[in-house]
Ligand binder design. Structure first.
Ligand code: ZN
Length: 484
């Protein structure tokens, strides 16, 4: 067993009872049911701070990658109480939780779009210019009131998809961060454009996050530094390191893939803006049809017809050693957390992309997603610990469980019982073969489960047993701040 907090890496018995780890020791008394984990690693389940997956089938895929808690923090949802209610009513295989959504609060305040507490509603309106306009003071006040109500309802923090509304002002951002600081809640930002890409941007996207930490005292979590920094990762990391050294509360995350994925109608995928990122239409693959976008005209058509349709975006080349090294630096940066940015499943073929996920397992090949949904944690562990990888297993596991718990534990003290494998902790446990663990999902076969993960328990109940999903288990519980 490996406990990432104490660094204990030893052969021990782990006793589980009542959803908690009851005892860890040598030669414990036999239990009612036993699992022989000889030769395997037993450790705390992975806490994904960045999962847009909100269906049972999608969460099964994440569970087979070792995820025991999947949190929607970057986009967030509004109203947050409705999201918790819907997840509880349906049942979840893994623990779940939500931040309040600045983007959805903004859509409501600036464009009158009713928030529906799910990502699909955001994606459906992603391209509408109405919500991306600069906001009047009264509209900002309405936004802040909505976010404030969500925080009072137990939202884990505030998610800011800032890069999707680049005309919003730096002052509005600071007001939202100040609100979070006042509530003792962290913020999760998809950065605005970097100054290297958009010289006329009102502020550099990385500088803005760092300054907000200093000016408001908020805990700023910098989402997927690998994807929004493009080939400027070293500059961004150096900036973050300087601010951290000066005492700013900034945490970072990365996923180990060169391509991103978002709604094809996103502001920064407008044909006239692709060059800012060194992209062309053919850098995009429209997922519902598996179609590489052939031309500017075709991109315009797709953005018009299906703005929320997901598209892969090739930022960094995984076959280029220089780009691979950049990606690795975003993962190995001190304190950097592994977070997947897992995407909802897109259904292709006769079922049609609009249908809700059927609880199918194994997933049919007609269900597609970004491979990061299926493989982020296994791939990160392989890259970080095997074949000359730079970390010990305990260090690499800290990035997947302990450090994400620490981002949230001031806001939600119950997180102190997650991300560790100690007596009294929640029995969110992953059991894997350290020599065999690897991702198997690819851009062409994106829902192929990872290999080497043998068992996954959530609150003491198996959701993956002997490498396969236990389809009738719904032991996931809400991770939520105490409503006020
Ligand atoms: Zn993002």
């Amino acid at each position: 067993m490996v406990d990432p907090e104490s660094g204990l890496d030893a052969v021990r018995d782990v006793a589980v009872s009542g959803g908690r780890v009851a005892e860890i020791g040598n030669s414990l008394a036999p239990g009612a049911a036993e699992v022989d984990a000889g030769g395997l690693v037993v450790t705390a389940g992975f806490i994904d701070l960045h999962s847009h997956v909100n269906t049972v089938a999608g969460l099964w895929l994440q569970a087979t990658d070792g995820v025991t808690t999947a949190l929607e923090l970057e986009a967030g949802v509004t109203p947050v109480a409705a999201a918790y209610r819907m997840a509880a009513a349906e049942g979840r295989p893994v623990n779940y939780g939500f931040a309040a959504s600045w983007a959805m609060a903004r859509m409501e305040a600036v464009a009158g779009i009713e928030p529906e507490a799910n990502l699909s509603a955001f994606l459906a309106n992603i391209a509408s210019p109405g919500w991306q306009r600069p906001a009047a003071p009264g509209q900002i006040a309405a936004m802040l009131a909505r976010l404030s109500a969500d925080l009072a309802d137990g939202a884990l923090g505030i998610g800011l998809l800032l890069g999707y509304a680049p005309a919003s002002t730096p002052d509005e951002y600071l007001q939202v961060c100040a609100l979070a600081a006042e509530a003792g809640a962290p913020t999760f930002t998809h950065a605005r454009d970097l100054i290297e890409m958009v010289p006329q941007a009102p502020v550099d996207g990385a500088e803005e996050i760092v300054r907000a930490a200093g000016q408001t005292g908020a805990h700023m979590h910098y989402c997927h530094i690998n994807s929004t920094s493009h080939r400027h990762i070293d500059r961004v990391l150096a900036l973050v390191a300087r601010a951290q050294a000066a005492g700013a509360r900034i945490t970072t995350e990365a996923y180990p893939y060169g391509s991103g994925m978002t709604g094809i109608g996103a502001a920064f995928l407008a044909p006239e803006r692709l060059a800012e990122r060194g992209l062309s239409p053919s850098s995009l693959i429209y997922a519902p049809a598996g179609e590489r976008v052939a031309s500017v005209d075709r991109l315009r058509e797709l953005r018009q017809a299906d703005p929320g349709g997901l598209a892969l975006i090739e930022h960094l080349r995984e076959d280029d050693p220089g780009d691979r090294a950049l990606l690795m630096r975003s993962l190995t940066f001190p304190g950097s957390i592994v977070a997947s940015d897992a995407m909802p499943l897109t259904w292709t073929g006769p079922r049609g992309p609009a249908a809700a996920d059927p609880p199918a397992w194994p997933l049919p090949r007609t269900a597609i997603t970004h491979p990061r949904t299926a493989g982020t944690f296994s791939r990160a562990l392989r890259l970080l610990t095997r074949d000359g990888g730079p970390f010990t297993l305990a260090e690499a596991l800290s990035k997947c469980s302990l450090w994400p718990a620490r981002v949230l534990q001031d806001r939600v003290p119950a997180l102190r019982r997650k991300g560790r494998l100690q007596a009294g902790c929640d029995a969110d446990i992953v059991v894997f073969d350290p020599a065999a663990i690897t991702d198997r999902a690819s851009y062409d076969d994106s829902t192929r489960p990872s290999a080497g993960i043998r068992h996954v328990l959530v609150n003491g109940t198996f959701v993956v047993r002997d490498g396969d999903v236990v389809t009738d288990a719904r032991p996931g519980r809400p991770v939520r701040a105490d409503p006020r």
